[in-house]
Design a protein around this ligand. Structure first.
Ligand SMILES: Cc1ncc(C[n+]2csc(CCOP(=O)(O)OP(=O)(O)O)c2C)c(N)n1
Ligand code: SF4
Ligand SMILES: [Mg+2]
Length: 347
């Protein structure tokens, strides 16, 4: 009788946790949907960065993309909001508990159409949240109508061409004040994972637009959000390497072809082989790149803009350090004597 081989010990992260609490329910999205690949990368990034899933709040709006928080971080808090209203619910959650780590998943319709007003104010507030747009250029959940990120002339499955110009969410986010703006492709595992890890090290709004083809309604010839188009027109802005603060390793890099950015928490971000004059900390450089690539029918991917030390919304408000949600009543409602004192000080 052969002796059973001992089971290999399960991999754990720096918190001693296995992968399981980072996983979610089984996906109900179509097989091959780009959104599923993004969920996989989120699981890996949070596990490898050793983020405590019980400290995380997952937020979303409505859409196939907005269903996806059910498929990752099963041990985290979650709030599936009304269509396009995730930013205000996220703002409220973070004001009530500033210790939460927030990740929001939206769609190009959820963000660019019904939620555009909320998106605009989220970006200008620099709320500490990772805000992912799973961008397939259509309303997947309601059977593939063009969304506001669909390119001019891009064709629907029935051959009809889109007649309206697109909203570029990265351009908008940079213009409005987001302090970390990136674009990636759901099919680029390595790049997307590095971007997500860097986003976890950043304090402020991380707006990540991820091209995520809808295999059911928008993956045909003539669509500019199909797998084939994305693969052929991806202008990769150099390799993104990220070294978290807890991994004290020296990265070999050629200073001439690498741009290094020190992150707020002490981590290091390296953008390898970017064009010599590309400064990810310069808004105009980033905006010019986005305009130039769009004019060529291409999309630049990588970390496009970063402002590591910009003050975030919670610090700006000067909130107390303890979560408001757990402050004792006498500190939340200070009573008449304290209010009288405030009134006297204003006289
Ligand atoms: C208030 C409201 N209006 C309209 C809808 C219908 N609706 C559901 S999902 C959706 C669009 C989803 O598109 P997107 O955000 O791009 O997500 P995807 O399904 O493509 O991932 C719409 C219009 C709704 N659920 N609620
Ligand atoms: S309809 Fe499209 S977006 Fe929705 S799950 Fe299927 S492939 Fe994904
Ligand atoms: Mg969509």
């Amino acid at each position: 009788m052969s002796t059973p081989t001992p089971e290999a010990p399960k991999k754990t992260n720096r918190l001693g946790l296995e992968l399981q609490p980072y996983r979610g329910g089984k996906t109900t999205l179509c097989a091959g949907c780009g959104h599923n690949a993004i969920s996989e990368r989120i699981i890996e990034a949070f596990f490898e960065m050793g983020v405590d899933p019980r400290q995380v709040i997952k937020l979303s709006g409505i859409g196939c993309s907005s269903k996806s928080p059910a498929y990752f971080l099963g041990a985290s808090h979650g709030f599936n909001t009304v269509h396009g209203r995730m930013p205000s619910v996220g703002t409220g959650a973070l004001l009530a508990n500033r210790k939460l780590i927030a990740i929001g998943v939206s769609g190009d319709g959820d963000t660019g159409a019904i939620g555009i007003g909320q998106f605009v104010h989220l970006m200008r507030r620099n709320l500490p949240i990772i805000y992912i747009i799973e961008d397939n250029g259509c309303y997947g959940l309601t059977k593939g109508q063009f969304s506001p990120t669909a390119d001019l002339g891009s064709k629907a499955k029935n051959g009809v061409a889109n007649e309206l110009p697109p909203i570029d969410t990265c351009r908008l986010a940079i213009e409005l004040g987001a302090s970390f703006v990136a674009r990636s492709f759901s099919g680029d595992k390595k790049q997307l994972l590095a971007i997500l890890k860097a986003a976890l090290a950043h304090r402020g709004t991380c707006m990540i637009d991820v091209l995520s083809p809808c295999v059911t309604f928008n993956d045909h010839e003539g669509s500019t959000k199909s797998y084939a188009y994305a693969k052929d027109h991806d202008e990769v802005m150099g390799e993104v390497s990220f070294v978290p603060f807890f991994e004290d390793i020296t990265v070999e890099y050629d200073a001439g072809t690498t741009t290094a950015v020190k992150m707020h928490d002490g981590s290091s971000l390296y953008l390898k082989k970017v064009a010599d004059d590309y400064k990810p900390t310069d808004k105009l450089t980033a905006l010019r790149l986005l305009h130039e690539t769009a004019r060529r029918g291409e999309f630049a991917t990588g970390i496009l803009y970063i402002e590591p030390d910009k003050e975030d919304f919670i610090s700006l408000l000067g909130l107390v350090d303890e979560p408001l949600a757990s402050l004792p009543v006498d500190r939340v409602r200070p009573g008449k004597a304290v209010l009288d004192e405030v009134m006297d000080s204003l006289r």
